[in-house]
Write a protein of this length. Structure first.
Lengths: 553, 146
């Protein structure tokens, strides 16, 4: 492009900007995360843009355009609804329902006692059993959850963090019972304790032993479960806790770098474990900002892993990710509108090149999803996949001045945060002093004030309200009997098993935890003889201690 | 009632608490900031408080109200537990209110038991501020009569 035509483009844009100050509906235009947005983007916003350096072909470094050279023509994203409720039996029924409806992967939602490492009969579990996920106490529960589902035919993601080793061990043991060797198992453990301290807050142990448990898993999987994603480094919860898109991107990747550094410190070669790290992002409502976020994430990860951590394998450079549409964008008012919100968010994830996707159900601000609601949510994915034409071509928005500018901007802003985190002493130090927590809480409060001042419109909530509306969708309620049933089952398991063997295995685990042996094989021995999750956690808690967060707001 | 409240004009003191195992603290932190900015004295307990810890802290801090946030579905266990402890300890002058994912029929049941206003998804922080500004002076007055 000649200098004079570039000059004309610039002049025209300046003119539009001037006019827009007087004639536009709103005083300021910005992305959901507060990045100012111009009325028009033109070639001069991409000065120095270099296709081969900044984008390159899909499947090539730095992977901005996607991780595979045939993207969705070769393989669609995995349709994976996060699901779990009540007893293991109820959850098994829901899984069969979802698979019959065309879901292509499983994702287990555990209840709070399981996430926190308490058995269902622990006093702290009272009132929580089976409420926001499925209750798992022993291997028997996992056998029931996967009854009639062959573990060599499906991949399973498990949202579990502090007790991740135990649930992975149970999954491996279910495989053994089904005759599926661990080498054939595919799936993902969330196992991202850093974002628990930062946002989701389901921790048990202090950071140091938690990281040790994670590196134990990485080493064990490299040898025995080579197709397993050992960590799903998660921005989802950071965003749900109220962060901006930039904070989600930056804090998540910073966590990722911290795990890489921990692996290297534990004596592992980066190329042995980095290919098994995966990511998990949120898809919020600012359509283009989300797409830019995913593209920037791939590019940042590739650059850092290759240049900073000197990984040599291509597989180490790839950022593969799962996406969940944003629960925090759903409204309890006019819940049917959530179908529309979720569809846009899902489309952004697909345009951003996700490997796997969960679409929220319209009723999730009110209860766990009903069959009807989850079916519609899954259908949204299938409509994008089979009707919209969007997956036909790779990264179709590349080259858009706005998208490329915004992708660059996200990267720039994330890099600023990396420097700030470094300056403050690194990720663990930032957690300790509450830096991330405070940044997120401030962003959440700002967002809420904007809604209350009507600077931000949420349809059906602060505008377009239907006075006196009645909720007309069916809502799932978890029966209080679930807790009783689960506690009785647990009692039976404790009676049936060889309790001397359980005691011996738990002792062996304690020795490993106190020393430096890998804890994973010992935990596997424990679950094989039906030691419960709570019993195993108790042993580890005794050795490792417990984490306490200083309360702040 | 042994405790005399001489400072009628004192600021409204609220203890905000996360009971049970639930770690979702976005809502309670937003409410904490909003109440603070509206001139309340706010004490936030942090996560994973048992009903006993909450009631103990409320009495020691001499608060006017306890606000509990529960998004995990354990509300029918935890609200009654705190309510009963307040009665047991002769501290039921303290208002117990809250918020979270609580179905309508449960809201009605809990309010019948004596729990104050429960704020569900979409509620504005101004609603909670207004509620406390109306409710607490009323309660302080009643208490003085006794």
């Amino acid at each position: 492009m000649g200098d004079s035509s570039m000059k004309r483009i610039k002049e025209k844009k300046e003119e539009l900007k001037r006019k827009s100050k007087e004639e536009c509906l709103k005083k300021k235009y910005e992305t959901l995360s507060g990045i100012p947005v111009e009325i028009l983007y033109t070639p001069d916003d991409l000065e120095g843009f270099d296709y081969s350096k900044d984008l390159s072909s899909p499947g090539e470094y730095p992977y901005t355009r996607g991780i595979r050279d045939n993207m969705y023509r070769g393989k669609l994203w995995t349709m994976r609804q996060f699901s779990g409720m009540g007893t293991p039996k109820q959850t098994n029924q829901r899984y069969h329902f979802l698979l019959e409806r065309g879901q292509t992967g499983l994702s287990v939602a555990f209840d709070l006692p399981t996430l926190m490492g308490y058995d269902s009969d622990h006093p702290r579990s009272q009132g929580e059993v089976g409420k926001c996920g499925v209750a798992v106490d022993s291997l028997e529960d996992m056998e029931t959850i996967f009854d009639g589902i062959s573990l060599d035919k499906i991949s399973t993601s498990m949202t579990i963090n502090a007790p991740a080793s135990i649930l992975l061990a149970m999954y491996v043991a279910v495989g053994e019972k089904q005759g599926v060797p661990s080498e054939k198992l595919t799936g993902t453990l969330q196992n991202d304790i850093l974002k628990e301290y930062i946002a989701q807050k389901e921790w048990v142990f202090p950071p140091e032993p938690s990281i040790r448990l994670i590196t134990d898993i990485m080493a064990f999987c490299a040898d025995f479960v080579p197709k397993w994603n050992t960590i799903s480094i998660s921005g989802y919860h950071i965003r749900e806790a109220g962060s901006t898109a930039v904070q989600e991107l930056a804090f998540t990747l910073a966590d990722g770098f911290a795990y890489v550094e921990a692996g290297i410190r534990a004596g592992l070669d980066v190329d042995t474990f980095a290919p098994r790290l995966s990511f998990f992002f949120n898809s919020h409502l600012d359509f283009f900002e989300e797409i830019a976020k995913y593209r920037a994430a791939r590019r940042i990860w590739a650059r850092h892993i290759r240049e900073r951590y000197k990984a040599k394998k291509k597989e180490s450079w790839l950022l593969r990710f799962h996406t969940q549409t944003a629960g925090c964008t759903l409204t309890a008012q006019q819940p049917e509108n959530n179908i529309v919100r979720t569809a846009f968010e899902a489309l952004a994830a697909v345009l951003g090149g996700t490997q796997s996707l969960h679409t929220n159900s319209m009723d999730e601000t009110l209860a766990l999803p009903s069959e009807k609601a989850v079916q519609i949510a899954l259908r949204a994915q299938q409509i994008i996949a089979y009707e919209s034409g969007v997956p036909n071509t790779i990264d179709p928005l590349a080259g858009s001045y706005y998208i490329e500018w915004l992708t660059n901007k996200m990267e720039e802003e994330a890099e600023k945060y990396f420097k700030e985190i470094e300056k403050r002493g690194g990720v663990l130090k930032c957690i300790e002093v509450g830096y991330f927590q405070r940044e997120i809480a401030n962003a959440a409060y700002k967002y809420q004030r904007e809604i209350e001042k009507k600077e931000r419109i949420v349809v059906g909530l602060n505008d377009f309200i239907v006075p006196g509306e009645k909720i007309e969708i069916p809502l799932v309620k978890i029966d209080e009997k679930v807790e009783k049933e689960q506690v009785e089952n647990l009692k039976k398991v404790r009676q049936k098993r060889d309790n001397d063997k359980v005691k011996k295995r738990l002792e062996e685990l304690k020795r490993a935890a106190k020393g430096t042996d890998n804890t994973m094989p010992k935990i596997l021995d424990c679950v094989r003889c039906y030691a419960t999750e709570g019993e195993i956690i108790d042993v580890l808690r005794e050795v490792f201690g417990e984490y306490q967060e200083p309360p702040m707001f | 009632m042994v405790k005399k409240r001489v400072f009628m004009e004192r600021k409204i003191r609220v203890l905000l608490a996360k009971p049970g195992l639930d770690g979702h603290d976005r809502g309670i932190k937003v409410i904490a900031s909003a109440l603070r900015d509206a001139g309340f004295e706010v004490i936030y307990t942090g996560l994973r408080q048992t009903p006993e810890m909450i009631v103990e802290a409320a009495i020691q801090e001499d608060v006017d109200a306890i606000g509990m946030s529960i998004l995990s579905g354990a509300h029918m266990t935890l609200f009654p537990a705190v309510l009963n402890l307040l009665k047991e300890k002769n501290a039921d002058h303290i208002l117990l209110f809250g918020g979270g994912i609580i179905p309508k029929e449960d809201v009605e049941k809990l309010e019948k038991m004596g729990v104050g206003m429960l704020f569900t998804p979409g509620a504005a922080t101004t609603e909670a501020i207004e509620y406390l500004n109306n409710e607490i002076p009323k309660r302080r007055k009643e208490e003085k009569i006794f």
